[in-house]
Design a protein around this ligand. Structure first.
Ligand code: SF4
Length: 319
């Protein structure tokens, strides 16, 4: 089978925020990875680990502090105006809170049509037909076009958000915790819709979530972030079968298993200590305060993000 082409390459990306009094919040601190065309890369980690900031910086909602995001051979943080407009057409975002991300004062038809209007893609009857088609694609129907967001359930609102992001036929979508605000029963429906759309339209996803079980279901590969750094990355299967970083092991051990016998007998790795502040982080491994294997070197040197076995990367001194 032919090797898939790399669609997006993130090189040593940094996003810092100046939080006043000389303090710097290092939300994303020197991370690198690539995503191939048609692939889904899952990004997981606790709240505040930098995963959403990574997604937002990759599609230029934030300017990068350092590093590069290469898309179609160009660094997207150095594009001219015309190139930047073309990039926003190709890269879209689905937001966590479907209700907050939809304008409550305009109809669903106009929400879905926003991108079509901005990029002058269709007008008149063609525009209306395109909106109906998009609603149909995400499991809604044309009668929904004249209604307002408050008339829909959480799952339906997320479908509207997905239809909006598809309107300008993007290639790459950052899904920023698209299921976190939904009931568990609805989460699988939205994830299955995203998988179906990917197959039909050849989309590439960066799927950000803190629910590791759902991430496994949708992702080809998964990256684990901790305090602005990438600590492990591997194929979904490899990461879930053979987690090597102590933090990944702890995250995975917290996922409940449906079989009560297995659930009862397995060992939980409890995370101890507090999450350090991402403001002016101390040297060394950022996980050291909570790591049961920490050694002297862990306080002195930041572990390198190394390939331990084929396509399995880990940042830990003892692996
Ligand atoms: Fe733990 Fe040290 Fe590995 Fe960090 S580098 S995860 S502190 S063993």
């Amino acid at each position: 089978m032919a090797e898939k082409k790399t669609l997006i390459e993130v090189k040593n990306l940094k996003k810092y925020f100046n939080v006043g009094s000389g303090a710097i919040l290092k939300a994303v601190d020197d991370i690198s990875f690539a995503i191939k065309e048609g692939e889904t890369l899952g990004l997981v980690g606790e709240s505040g680990c930098g995963k959403s900031t990574t997604g937002r910086t990759i599609i230029r909602l934030y300017e990068a502090t350092g590093g590069e995001v290469i898309y179609n051979g160009k660094n997207i943080h150095g594009l001219n105006k015309a190139e930047a407009k073309e990039f926003t057409k190709q890269a879209q975002m689905i937001f966590q809170d479907p209700y907050a991300s939809l304008n409550p004062r305009i109809t669903v038809g106009d929400i879905v049509g926003e991108g079509i209007d901005i990029h002058n893609l269709y007008s008149g009857k063609q525009r209306t037909e395109k909106i109906y088609e998009l609603l149909n694609t995400v499991g809604l129907n044309k009668e929904h076009a004249s209604r307002f967001p408050h008339e829909f359930s959480g799952g339906q609102r997320q479908r509207i958000g997905i239809a909006r992001s598809l309107a300008i036929e993007p290639k790459f979508i950052v899904c920023d915790e698209p299921i976190s605000a939904l009931d568990v029963s609805i989460q699988a429906q939205v994830v299955n819709l995203l998988i179906k759309l990917q197959r039909e339209l050849g989309l590439t996803y960066l799927f950000i979530a803190h629910d590791l079980s759902m991430v496994k279901h949708i992702s080809d590969r998964v990256g684990v972030m901790y305090l602005g750094t990438m600590v492990e990355m591997a194929s979904s299967e490899e990461l879930y079968m053979n987690p090597l970083h102590p933090y990944t092991q702890a995250l995975l051990s917290a996922i409940p298993i449906a079989d009560p016998h297995v659930e009862k007998s397995r060992q939980r790795v409890l995370l101890e200590g507090d999450v350090p502040s991402p403001i002016n982080p101390p040297p060394g491994c950022r996980f050291k305060a909570r790591c049961r294997y920490a050694k002297d070197i862990c306080s002195q040197e930041m572990p390198a993000f190394r390939e331990i076995s084929k396509d399995h990367f880990v940042a830990c001194h003892i692996v």
